[in-house]
Design a binder for this molecule. Structure first.
Ligand code: UD1
Length: 420
């Protein structure tokens, strides 16, 4: 197994190119299941989750190549509608095949993803919506067994909670349903918007794109004439590099990014004292003279993303004063707290709230990555810690960050991937 060794207290400089969004390419890959032809997806990040999703589609019978950030995928050759446990357990987002498989084949079996480090993460809202559209669903031996031999029927669905992959699943299912589907309380994340646009380019009429209410006019089972697509920039990777510039008090520039997708994040950084300059596709962060503490509450887009909560917690350890971080989406997303504490941070947890005393000083230590975003908080802490930090179990990071050491090294960090 590999670990990362990071020598702290190095200033960063220069620029970094942001990769395509992992959370966008996954639903786009799932949507190829309802395409009538081969699709080319460009700007796809070469990260483990994308490779796992491609493997899942290949297991179902798709033919695929993935080179130089370009996925060429033909899902017309898919014959199986069973997504098995071995792959689904590796990645919860595999549940995204449920809607497309059901609406294409009239039946499917998809393993239940199970729990994960950041909480229970149920899929009840995905299932309830499909049932409302006429699917018969049973849970058998750990699998969701869904049937809709005559196809799905459009109806009105009001999501009890905003769910990103739930919205995406039902959007894809509704695209091939009979009649119109009205979705209320839909996620407005840029990744959901990109999926809507791809479906719209394939001829589906969708009203309300980018709002919390969508009306989708389905094809009644006819596969879609999908077009090639370029994945949008990864706003979470971008937010992580902004925090890296911030925590090391460095000026760095992010290229190939969409600043509009990061407004909640850049506003928070400005409140904390950092300078932010943007162009249409770049963001430069300038050092703060004094880092002010912050109150952060995670919420759905366009609010502050839960996927950047851990990174901002690392940054708050360097603020002058007390910050309060409220995690509103996932009940157990504080696994990084004990590791940051081992590095000398002063953080108290109470329910879904963390109080961070900005003491400034952190020490290098051996720490354990626990989930994808928690691990990036440890990198950030390591960048300002005294001495060397060793981050173990970095396969979590490889799930979502492309060329991590390469990008950090280019920015001037002292970072190495070593064998345990
Ligand atoms: C997606 C993102 C993930 C991000 C999260 C929240 C992908 C591949 N992953 O995950 O990076 O952290 O959105 O922005 O896009 N819920 C239910 N029942 C359901 C579905 C969700 O109760 O059927 C709850 C969840 O437990 C959670 C909240 O709704 O509390 C939001 O979860 P959801 O938006 O579904 O997260 P994911 O789509 O899994």
């Amino acid at each position: 197994m590999h670990y990362l060794a990071i020598k702290g207290k190095q200033k960063l400089f220069g620029s970094v190119n942001i990769s395509g969004a992992k959370n966008s390419v996954l639903p786009l890959l799932a949507s190829t299941l309802i395409s009538n032809k081969k699709i080319c997806i460009s700007n796809a990040p070469e990260v483990a989750d994308v490779k796992t999703f491609i493997k899942l589609l290949e297991n179902l019978g798709a033919t695929c190549s993935f080179e130089k950030n370009i996925v060429n995928i033909d899902s017309t050759t898919v014959t199986s509608s069973c997504a098995n446990y071995d792959i689904v357990r590796k990645m919860r987002a595999s549940i995204l095949v449920l809607g497309p498989l059901l609406v294409r084949f009239g039946h499917c079996e998809v393993s239940l993803p199970g729990g994960c480090a950041i909480g229970q993460r149920p899929i009840d809202l995905h299932l309830k919506a499909l049932e409302q559209m006429g699917a018969e669903i049973e849970i058998k031996q750990g699998y969701v067994v869904a049937k809709a031999p005559k196809g799905l029927k459009g109806c009105t669905i009001i999501f009890d909670k905003v769910t990103v992959t739930g919205s995406e699943n039902i959007l894809m299912a509704a695209s091939l349903a009979h009649g119109s589907t009205k979705l209320v309380n839909v996620a407005k994340e840029p990744e959901v918007v990109q999926l809507c646009e791809v479906l719209q380019d394939a001829g589906i009429k969708i009203e309300g794109i980018g709002t919390s209410q969508l009306i989708i006019h389905g094809t009644g089972g006819k596969l879609l004439d999908m077009k090639d697509v370029e994945v949008i920039p990864d706003r979470i990777e971008a937010g992580t590099y902004l925090c890296a510039g911030a925590i090391t008090k460095s000026k760095i520039t992010l290229n190939k990014v969409n600043p509009k997708h990061l407004e909640a994040v850049t506003l928070k950084l400005e409140e904390m004292g950092f300078g932010i300059k943007t162009t249409d596709d770049s963001i430069t962060i300038l050092p703060a003279e004094k880092i002010f503490p912050s109150d952060i509450e995670t919420s759905e887009y366009p609010g502050f993303p839960t996927d950047l909560q851990a990174q901002f917690m690392a940054l708050c350890t360097q603020a002058k004063g007390t910050s309060i971080i409220d995690e509103r989406l996932f009940e157990n997303r504080f696994m990084h707290v004990s590791e940051l504490t081992r590095m000398g941070a002063s953080i108290k947890l109470k329910g879904h709230s963390a109080t961070v005393e900005g003491k400034g000083k952190l020490n290098g230590a051996d720490v354990m990555a626990t989930d994808l975003r928690a691990s990036s908080a440890l990198i950030l802490a390591a960048l300002v810690a005294d001495g060397v930090t060793k981050i173990h179990r970095i396969y979590h990071l490889d799930r979502g960050y492309e060329n991590l050491e390469g990008k950090f090294s280019k920015l001037g960090a002292k970072i190495e991937r070593l064998e345990e």
